[in-house]
Design a protein. Structure first.
Length: 273
């Protein structure tokens, strides 16, 4: 009898309206592939909000759902904690402000092969103005992801790929010292020894809101600098990718002063190697 792959879904929720959680959970429950568990990690500090979440989870009457309370935990600690409680062959992470297409898991799972560690897909990005665009604007032709991933996050955000649990364990999960770019760091580490496959399915929608990490300049700067410093050895051997990555860094930083401070820190770090 053929083994039916089991998928663990880790959904982290903190500081957002309960309507966001309903939307993300509905997109999970509506999946065409049904052999999965959902672990919701609630890191809200306010016990009243957590009470509302607990009542909502209970009202769904879903045996597949498990709730973990982890007040005040960072998103990466919450993700790692959720994974530790999981038992899937594969793992998919979902932020509470994002949502999946109904066939996301089914289509991605079909592409997993022996040496595949990640199946990633295109997805829509929306903002507060209602503008909607695809993350990948062109057809992907990445020949050497091990190197390409250094210059650009070609895999995308945390919420959209499907990941081999074995590969996630081998690299030690999310680095909890990251305030941003934790997904990029994870992809870099996994792809040094493993392969990733692109699925043409539109995996879902990434919603950018005012409280998104992407809109928090301090956390974004911290994430960029931490990424460059952690992988300095790899960047020193791939100067072209370093140039490409720092170009994205420059483009993201709106303040020239902020960019100069960050660049100075990076130059000092690489000169001291």
């Amino acid at each position: 009898m053929k083994h039916l792959s089991f998928i663990s879904i880790i959904l982290v929720t903190c500081g957002r309206p309960i309507s966001f959680l309903r939307r993300s959970l509905n997109s999970v429950i509506s999946q065409t592939y049904e052999n999965f568990q959902v672990i919701v990690v609630d890191s809200n500090i306010d016990p009243n909000i957590s009470c509302v979440i607990s009542e909502y989870i209970g009202s769904l009457n879903q045996m597949k759902l498990q709730l973990i309370r982890l007040p005040g935990a960072s998103n990466n600690l919450a993700r790692n904690t959720g994974f530790q409680a999981s038992r899937g062959d594969y793992v998919a992470f979902l932020d509470d402000d994002d949502e999946w297409a109904p066939d996301k898991l089914e289509k991605q799972l079909k592409l997993f092969e022996k040496n595949t560690s990640i199946v990633y897909s295109n997805y829509y990005i929306t903002n507060d103005k209602g503008e909607k665009n695809l993350f990948f604007s062109n057809t992907l032709k990445k020949d050497n992801l091990k190197v390409e991933i250094l210059g650009e996050n070609v895999i995308g955000c945390t919420s959209m790929p499907l990941i081999s649990s074995k590969a996630f364990i081998e690299v030690g999960g999310f680095d909890e010292s990251f305030k941003a770019n934790q997904d990029w760091d994870l992809w870099i580490r996994i792809l040094q020894k493993n392969n990733a496959v692109y699925s043409s399915v539109i995996a879902g929608v990434k919603h950018y809101t005012q409280d998104s990490i992407s809109n928090n300049r301090y956390r974004r700067i911290s994430g960029w600098i931490r990424l460059f410093m952690k992988h300095a050895g790899k960047y020193s051997k791939n100067r072209e990718q370093l140039t490409k990555a720092t170009g994205f860094f420059a483009g993201e930083m709106l303040s020239k002063k902020t960019y100069l401070i960050g660049t100075a820190a990076l130059i000092f770090h690489f000169m001291s190697k």
